[in-house]
Design a protein around this ligand. Structure first.
Ligand SMILES: Cc1cc2nc3c(=O)[nH]c(=O)nc-3n(C[C@H](O)[C@H](O)[C@H](O)COP(=O)(O)OP(=O)(O)OC[C@H]3O[C@@H](n4cnc5c(N)ncnc54)[C@H](O)[C@@H]3O)c2cc1C
Length: 392
């Protein structure tokens, strides 16, 4: 990967910047509910209609087929323009369901689903975790019984983000009842309007109901919806997880630099309780400087990660390092802002756009759990990046 910007990269940045400046919605994203999902669909439709959808997708599937460096430029410009956040209700569809179908779906599945994802017509959710299967996903129990041309699903999924808005789901079930661990699982496209699906919201400290429990009572799903092999779904699940833990959080990695800049600007204006300007407090200044260095290091590592993914054709285990570093920096930055603003900033009515720093602080806890906890990322780094001996 050439890390020098070419004339066409610079040109691309100018085009992206000009388009975003003219098209980023001025209306705030509604905090919750179906109006927020509609806002995300509308934004995705606008990107699609103007030829900006699917920055990481190959051209043959309707994406932009951008080089790794141009994807970085795109996410940097998104952060600069304060464009609607990429981790919204379109996230699962664009960042891992669509790419999983590109890697492992049938031609029919690709032809039907990929255009709907790019245009924002189809939102997706992820039904992997269960009440007793999160970090240890291979212990999942939701059952899929083969019955003629269908798979009949019964059981429960836990923590399903945006299930109430989704049209489709990445669903992982146990189709071989005699199987153990990662054998005998199947990855299926589940239509969320199927009879027998019941969605129960879980209220969070973000003061919203974006996560859910999902119950399946004899839900019939055609076998043609299987992605990969029946009983061989672990390979498809690993593809999805490597996308999610790989560059799935690239936007956050690159946005960090902007956010440290915003916190620094704030420190130049905000007075602490004793009347001192926050930026004149040496401890705050040092922490901001350290976070700026972290953000630059994370950017450099993101470029190296993209180069490796370009070279090998698939995301590698270093995604765990990126996830751990960016979630830790995210938490440190929001804690520093809490120290500057005073901790009554935690009084929160759920409106992310009106209280972005409070939302960020609360989200920093989610971010270190969802998509695999920081402890699990550390295990992955020890095992797959550093090749340390296993304790057991
Ligand atoms: C807000 C939110 C949204 C989510 N959205 C989705 C979604 O849309 N779809 C979906 O499928 N899932 C989703 N998840 C689930 C998420 O992937 C799991 O919560 C996560 O994998 C942890 O699993 P768990 O909750 O079962 O915790 P557990 O696995 O029970 O872990 C509990 C604690 O033990 C630690 N631990 C467990 N095993 C080890 C180990 N081997 N070594 C060291 N420490 C260990 C964990 O790190 C954690 O601190 C979401 C979670 C949250 C919080």
């Amino acid at each position: 990967m050439d890390l020098q910007y070419s004339a066409s990269d610079r040109d691309f940045r100018q085009q992206a910047r000009a388009w975003l400046a003219a098209n980023v919605p001025t209306k705030r994203r509604p905090a919750n509910g179906h109006t927020s999902a509609q806002y995300d669909r509308d934004w995705q439709r606008k990107l699609y209609e103007h030829g900006w959808a699917g920055v990481a997708w190959p051209k043959e599937y309707g994406g932009l087929g951008l080089t790794g460096l141009q994807q970085v430029i795109w996410y940097e410009e998104m952060a600069r323009a304060r464009a609607p956040h990429y981790i919204n209700t379109t996230y699962v569809a664009l960042m891992h369901a669509g790419p999983t179908l590109i890697m492992r779906g049938t031609e029919e599945q690709k032809a039907f689903h990929l255009p709907r994802i790019l245009s924002g017509d189809a939102l997706w959710c992820q039904g992997f975790s269960e009440p007793n299967a999160g970090s240890d996903l291979a212990s999942l129990k939701a059952r899929g019984t083969i019955d003629g041309d269908d798979i009949v699903v019964s059981g429960a999924k836990m923590w399903t983000t945006d299930a109430q808005h989704a049209d489709y789901q990445e669903l992982l079930v146990r189709t071989d009842p005699e199987s153990h661990r990662h054998k005998g699982l199947t990855w299926i496209i589940c239509d969320m309007k199927s009879p027998g699906i019941d969605i129960k919201p879980i209220r969070t400290m973000l003061n919203d109901e974006h996560i859910n429990m999902v119950f399946y009572d004899d839900v019939r799903i055609p076998k043609s919806n299987v992605v990969g092999e029946i009983d061989g779904g672990w390979a498809s699940a690993l593809a999805t997880l490597s996308l999610e833990r790989g560059l799935g959080f690239i936007g956050d990695q690159l946005e960090l630099y902007e956010r440290v800049g915003r916190a620094t600007d704030m420190a130049g204006k905000l007075r602490l309780e004793d009347g001192t300007l926050a930026i004149d407090d040496s401890s705050i200044r040092q922490k901001l400087a350290a976070l700026k260095a972290d953000a630059l290091a994370i950017r450099a590592m993101t470029l190296a990660d993209i180069a490796e993914t370009d070279r090998t054709g698939q995301p590698g285990p270093k995604g765990s390092m990126m996830k751990l570093l960016v979630t830790s920096a995210h938490k440190a930055l929001s804690e520093l802002v809490g120290d500057m603003m005073g901790w009554d900033f935690l009084e929160f009515d759920g409106d992310r756009s009106a209280h972005p720093w409070t939302y960020d602080y609360l989200w920093s806890w989610v971010f270190s759990i969802s998509g695999g906890t920081n402890e699990i990322q550390r295990e992955n780094i020890a095992d797959r990046v550093l090749h340390l001996p296993r304790a057991r």
